[in-house]
Design a protein. Structure first.
Length: 165
């Protein structure tokens, strides 16, 4: 597991509050990329975050309910994922960025999902622990990453192909 992510876990924070729930059972879904290292779970619809061997440090969201493209890159590395988390307040916005048609609708989503004081405290602790600042222009960052990434490079299991045909 990535050393930055190990450090995050060692902080003992309630990561479920920011949409990065830790589970004992990290069994993926049919659409989880082959060999994926699962980082955490959204806690709804089987959505989870992972890194995939052979695809560098990129962090992906896996959404089993997305029948077209269940896997999307959301950050170039764990540190960028944490910087996105600081600005978005939760992993939901980066996870759904591919579905927002423009920066304005993404911004409206962020406004509707502002973190409460407890969550803000967790985010502040993450920022201090890693000495990082919120990602500027998060929508642009995620959309540019997604536009530059070849989804054909994602390795799937045989089960994925059996389910999707």
């Amino acid at each position: 597991m990535d050393s930055t992510f190990q450090k995050l876990i060692s902080l003992g924070l309630d990561l479920e509050r920011v949409g990065l729930m830790q589970r004992e059972d990290n069994e993926g879904y049919f659409c989880t990329p082959k060999g994926a290292v699962i980082l955490g779970w959204a806690g709804i619809d089987g959505i989870h975050y992972c890194q995939v061997p052979g695809l560098g440090d990129t962090v992906f969201v896996v959404d089993p309910m997305d029948s077209e493209d269940p896997v999307h890159p959301i950050a170039r590395n764990i540190t960028d994922m944490l910087r996105l988390l600081l600005v978005c307040g939760d992993m939901a916005a980066p996870a759904q960025a591919h579905a927002f048609p423009d920066k304005q609708s993404f911004g409206e989503f962020l406004t509707q999902c502002r973190p409460d004081n407890e969550t803000r405290e967790i985010l502040d602790r993450i920022g201090r622990a890693f000495d990082i600042k919120p990602m500027p222009l998060p929508y642009k960052y995620v959309k540019e990453l997604q536009a530059s990434f070849d989804l054909g490079a994602v390795p799937y299991t045989d089960e994925y192909y059996e389910v999707t045909g």
